[in-house]
Design a protein around this ligand. Structure first.
Ligand SMILES: *Cc1c(COP(=O)(O)O)cnc(C)c1O
Length: 418
């Protein structure tokens, strides 16, 4: 392991919690160099919704390489991109009655967010933005400026400006009407709020600690944006691609954002790929005004196309995700109940994005460390890493889900002494 410690930058992080060398992976399991098998409820931070190396995608991918299909294509027209666009329109957009133009930014979530923010500013001619408490939108400067976490913001090394935070849903535990402050400062000529171009929001905050916004809150935000002339950007990088059940996490609210960012699981294979979806009237880019060398990652287009065909041509995966989400919810309810009197915790999340928040400092991290001793990969989230976070592949079998949930229950028991 010394080559990593000797040569790789101190910036490395996940590997510090899981100090083994992984070699192969399939479905919801990884195998290390010593042949030990690990159950993966981390799911590539949301990039592996269909598990590791899914067979249904591997075949077409190998075939594509075998016939020397375009690998690197900038934004040239290619068969792989054409097939993806056709499939995305037929399988995702049309059945949902959605009308969006598709932009391929550089292949990361942060790149999609940067594009969305630039475009919103270009459309409106305004520079100010509204973000929400505990938001996470990526690590580049624009994305960091709308991100909540003070440690991550600190890494910027310069002031992060031009965005004003508003309370996310439940920030005051329901003590104030939704958008009380937001609407007040928007309307008040004396509030000093800079006139905003757009809001950027996650429907369930992933890195922020699995905080779900209620349907009414999302509808209220859409309504407020429409009334006040703000563009609504939904960052669906982590909660999109079926993580909460439906393909887009905002579908349950019946709303249509003006701009949507998608990345993480869109390729289905863990290959880098990102999309910005833009209402046609807002597609005001000039040619090349936002670009990126790797925005035409064609092998990712191939696996993305097959992902949509295989998992999104019917509602089987969506229903299964909701069912498995309920199963996790039940298991978590039991854990919360069993710890009553020993430690304070509660659960939150939606679909198969779930977490348990522990009041006691450091407890969530201890549970994750204990789970790793039992060969289960789990991460923590929230501003103080107070939330034990579950993002198992959506394709995790019921048996594997039971196995992982039992490890979590056992780890909580051991760590809390309950
Ligand atoms: C992961 C994430 C990003 C950033 O994506 P990268 O690919 O890491 O740049 C942006 N927004 C949300 C909601 C994310 O979860």
């Amino acid at each position: 392991m010394t080559v990593f410690e000797d040569l790789e930058s101190e910036v490395r992080s996940y590997c510090r919690n899981w100090p083994v060398v992984f070699d192969t992976a399939k479905g919801s399991r990884l195998t290390d160099v010593d042949g030990n098998s690990y159950l993966d409820f981390f799911g590539g931070a949301g990039a592996l919704n269909y598990g590791h190396n899914p067979e249904v995608l591997k075949g077409p991918l190998l075939e594509y390489f075998q016939r020397d299909g375009i690998t690197h294509g900038l934004d040239m027209y290619t068969t792989a991109k054409g097939e993806f666009l056709h499939t995305f329109e037929d399988v995702i957009l049309k059945p949902r009655g959605l009308d969006y133009k598709v932009q391929f930014p550089g292949p990361t979530g942060a790149n999609a967010v940067e594009s969305a923010l630039k475009l919103a500013r270009k459309i409106t001619g305004k520079e100010a933005l509204i973000n929400f408490t505990n938001a996470f939108h990526g690590m580049t400067l624009g994305a960091l400026s709308v991100t909540g976490n003070s440690m991550k913001r600190g890494g910027a090394g310069i002031p992060l400006v031009h965005s004003t935070p508003m309370p996310f849903d439940n920030y005051f535990d329901g003590k104030f009407p939704d958008f009380l402050w937001f609407e007040k400062v928007l309307d008040d000529a004396g509030s000093s709020l800079n006139d905003p171009a757009a809001v950027i929001v996650e429907t369930v905050q992933g890195e922020g600690g699995l905080n779900p916004a209620r349907i009414e809150w999302l509808q209220g935000l859409r309504d407020l944006c429409t009334r006040k002339g703000l563009l609504m950007i939904v960052d669906d990088v982590q909660m999109g691609c079926g993580r909460t059940g439906p393909f887009f996490s905002f579908e349950i609210a019946g709303i249509q954002p003006d701009i949507v960012t998608i990345s993480k699981s869109i390729s289905g294979y863990g290959l880098p790929m990102a999309l910005v979806l833009i209402k046609p009237e807002y597609d005001q880019w000039g040619p090349g005004e936002h670009n990126g060398t790797f925005r035409g990652n064609n092998p990712a287009f191939v696996t993305a196309t097959h992902t949509l065909r295989h998992w999104w041509s019917d509602d089987v995966l969506e229903r299964d995700t909701l069912r498995k989400g309920e199963k996790i919810e039940e298991a978590f309810a039991k854990i919360v109940k069993d710890t009553t009197g020993t430690t304070e915790c509660f659960q939150k999340g939606r679909g198969m994005a779930r977490g348990i928040q522990f009041d006691e400092e450091g407890l969530a991290e201890k549970v994750a460390a204990k789970a790793f001793e039992h060969r289960l990969l789990l991460e923590t989230a929230g501003p103080d890493d107070e939330v034990l976070k579950l993002l198992p592949p959506l394709t995790t079998s019921d048996d594997e889900l039971d196995e992982g949930l039992a490890i979590i229950a056992e780890s909580v028991r051991t760590v809390t002494g309950s």
